[in-house]
Design a protein around this ligand. Structure first.
Ligand SMILES: NC(=O)C1=CN([C@@H]2O[C@H](COP(=O)(O)OP(=O)(O)OC[C@H]3O[C@@H](n4cnc5c(N)ncnc54)[C@H](OP(=O)(O)O)[C@@H]3O)[C@@H](O)[C@H]2O)C=CC1
Ligand SMILES: O=C(O)C1=N[C@H](C(=O)O)C[C@H](O)C1
Length: 272
């Protein structure tokens, strides 16, 4: 089945990674976009190889490159789940190529975020620490529950991920923390209690605590706990398949095609 030239062409960065390979499968199966490029870091042993063969299957006619600008110039969108330094560089290059940049990368510093914001003056950037429908709905629920309850209810965010994850708290935990803080009408930086250790003293009223578990092949689990005297509410999301993130990212890339330059998130994409 041929795909029309009008179908958006997408480049996947970090294509050999867990999310990179999942994105390739989801894009190719979707019938709604063409995979037109695949980027890996210079020196990676997939560079110069056919992507399908590198992934252990039949050739697909896309050669893995370490030249992002050349790849982006042929695309309408770039989907990027890599690492902070790479994502900041890709934001500038995608803006130069006027391609929609979908960013799933987490662990971004304030400086990284400022540089991404600068790139969004010239192009559409859609960024979220979690691209799944379920988590973005949970973000909205968390904001509502936090707004409905007073500070007698302690808020704790507990997340679990696979042993390879390099950043904590997860991007999702930070999204949930920001929503809870918004519900309380304060910025998260004023309320945030990082992971506890040692003689910490009693919990501070109104603060939002974070805890992270790392192990095995856990795809991603997040609990938002509202704990009061005599009762507890737990809002939970459990991811069992990375395809949920890839499907969300593809949806964002298509949604972004007719939007004005600026920074957007998955709540915009999903209309939540
Ligand atoms: N927003 C969301 O919904 C989700 C976000 N994530 C986030 O996505 C990111 C990636 O996760 P995951 O796929 O598990 O991680 P992986 O380590 O499996 O993949 C990252 C890939 O990016 C590559 N990479 C790093 N730097 C560059 C560069 N300069 N140029 C090209 N490629 C580069 C890595 O190459 P190398 O191995 O050589 O370093 C690797 O192949 C993380 O930040 C994670 O938290 C993950 C899932 C969902
Ligand atoms: O690194 C991961 O795997 C994931 N990262 C995102 C995060 O930091 O929240 C999203 C998802 O939980 C998987």
């Amino acid at each position: 089945m041929g795909m029309s030239e009008d179908t958006p062409g997408i480049v996947v960065t970090g294509v050999s990674g867990r999310m990179g390979q999942m994105l390739v499968r989801v894009i190719r199966e979707s019938g709604r976009a063409r995979l037109v490029g695949a980027v890996e870091r210079a020196g990676h042993d997939w560079i110069g190889r056919d992507l399908g063969e590198a992934m252990g299957g039949a050739p697909i006619g896309v050669t893995v490159t370490d030249d992002p600008l050349q790849a982006f110039a042929r695309a309408q969108a770039v989907i990027d789940f890599t690492a902070p330094a790479a994502t900041v560089e890709f934001a500038a290059l995608a803006a130069q190529a006027r391609a929609v940049h979908v960013i799933g990368t987490t662990g971004l510093s304030d400086d990284d975020l400022a540089r991404i914001r600068a790139a969004a003056r010239h192009a559409v950037i859609i960024r979220a620490g979690n691209m799944s429908l379920g988590v973005n709905l949970l973000v909205q629920l968390t904001r509502k529950v936090a707004a409905a309850l007073d500070e007698d209810w302690d808020i704790e965010i507990v997340e679990a991920h696979h042993r390879h994850k390099v950043d904590a708290p997860s991007g999702t935990a930070l999204m949930l923390g920001e929503a809870a803080a918004e519900g309380r009408g304060k910025p998260l930086q004023d309320l945030r209690d990082p992971a506890r250790e040692g003689i910490t003293g009693p919990r501070q009223r109104g603060h939002i605590g974070f805890a992270a578990i790392r192990g095995g092949d856990v795809v991603g689990e997040h609990d938002v706990i509202f704990a009061a005297d005599g009762e507890r509410i737990v809002l939970r999301h459990v991811a069992t398949d990375r395809a949920i993130f890839a499907r969300g990212a593809l949806r964002a890339a298509l949604w972004g095609q007719d939007k004005k330059p600026g920074e957007y998130d998955m709540l915009d994409v999903l209309g939540l």
